[in-house]
Design a protein around this ligand. Structure first.
Ligand SMILES: [Zn+2]
Length: 391
């Protein structure tokens, strides 16, 4: 009943679309021992599925009911500025509120991942409902001043396109991530953030992840499309990571991400990044020893700009089309269905066979039959990402 009240309170609040993205850091959740009130900077309420509406609200005040987990001590040094305020998650299925980071006003208590039942809801600032089937995973942007406004504007457009076409759904352990973007000739936003990656860190206080977009200054100088294509590449890794558990496994993670990156720039900018930036780096190693592309270290020198991982992805698509699938269906199997099958390091070969109807060994031996070139393998120019991810 209390939980129903919690939702009703959120739903009746006004909708303010600009709260869709949090661009500046405020305090996180604050527990005031004097009044027993918890103020949540922002909270996402959902059930972990794409089937129901979610609610996003800011400045929500609640009291705690039962405390299910006290979380872990979270010393301030792992939460430095400009790390953006955390989002909390109310799981409508289990009716539990997970507070990412909570502190008292005097910071005498700082905890990570506290889980409570909500006592009562005292009020909310603003809220919006997110329709079923619309991405509710929350990215928190930290876009450095060193980036031109043109880049920042384009970044927002790209993120909106990606969230529309490749929706990522929030769930209890996976609902929000900061994105740090800056120009490479400026100072890093935080000492531990560098390069282009989905990176992780943390320790005793808990694990945390972020997206790092270090945009090379030379890419602005030479108008290199990679300054934008990095965004769909890294975004797709977040989509993958919401389903798969393949740490350290290379080609099935990087091949689709780098291929999707090229499909994105083909669809939105009319640029053939496959032929200009990836294909020229192809190495014979991909035909001679494709299994070496399972490992980052074993293929590091051969797989420049993921040329070989992309080649394997393109060959897989070609083989699926030989089975009778359309181009869109073949891409859907690779980019969506394989991920939805939740492959892990233990079961990925079985999942590969189940989804693609070809064993990994057969696939690896077929690669030798292909010329070392992207010729004849490139996706059609009219292939759209939205087609790949919808039925
Ligand atoms: Zn990558």
């Amino acid at each position: 009943m209390k939980n129903i009240l919690f939702l009703v309170t959120l739903i009746v609040s006004p909708v303010f679309a600009h709260f869709l993205s949090i661009t500046s850091a405020y305090a996180d959740a604050i527990y005031d021992p004097a009044t027993g009130t918890i103020t949540l900077t922002s909270v996402l309420a959902g059930d972990g599925s794409s089937q129901t509406e979610s609610i996003y609200a800011t400045n929500v005040q609640v009291t705690a009911g039962e405390i299910l987990s006290m979380g872990k001590a979270w010393p301030p040094y792992i939460h430095p500025s400009p790390w953006p305020a955390e989002v909390d998650f109310y799981d409508m299925a289990t009716q539990e509120l997970k507070i990412s980071y909570i502190r008292t006003p005097d910071t005498s208590i700082e905890l990570n991942d506290v889980v409570i039942k909500v006592g009562s809801v005292l009020g909310a600032g603003f809220s919006e409902s997110i329709s079923a089937g619309v991405a509710d995973y929350k990215f928190r942007y930290v876009l450095d001043e060193s980036l031109p406004n043109e880049w920042k504007n384009e970044f927002e457009i790209i993120m909106n396109n990606l969230q529309r076409d490749i929706p990522i759904y929030a769930k209890s352990e996976w609902y929000s991530m900061p994105i740090f973007a800056w120009k490479s000739d400026a100072e890093r936003p935080l000492p531990f953030v560098s390069g282009g990656c989905i990176c992780g860190g943390g320790g005793e206080g808990g694990h945390f992840r972020w997206m790092s977009l270090e945009i090379s200054a030379s890419e602005f100088e030479y108008n290199n499309i990679h300054r934008y294509s990095l965004v769909p590449h890294e975004y797709f890794h977040v989509y993958q990571l919401s389903h798969v558990d393949l740490p350290g496994f290379k080609w099935l993670m990087e091949g689709p991400a780098a291929t999707l990156e090229s499909i994105y720039v083909q669809e939105h900018y009319g640029i053939d990044y496959f032929s200009t930036a990836q294909g020229p780096n192809l190495s014979e190693q991909v035909r001679e020893n494709p299994s070496s592309y399972e490992s980052y270290s074993a293929s590091r020198e051969a797989d420049i700009n993921y040329s070989g991982s992309v080649f394997m992805t393109l060959v897989l698509s070609a083989e699926l089309q030989k089975q009778g699938l359309s181009e869109v269906e073949a891409h859907r199997k690779i980019f969506r269905d394989f991920n939805l099958a939740k492959p892990t390091l233990e079961n990925w070969e079985a999942k590969f066979l189940e989804v693609f109807l070809i064993s990994v060994d057969s696939f690896y031996s077929i690669i030798k039959n292909y010329e070392l070139s992207y010729d004849g393998l490139l996706p059609s120019e009219d292939l759209k990402i939205s087609q790949i991810f919808s039925d």
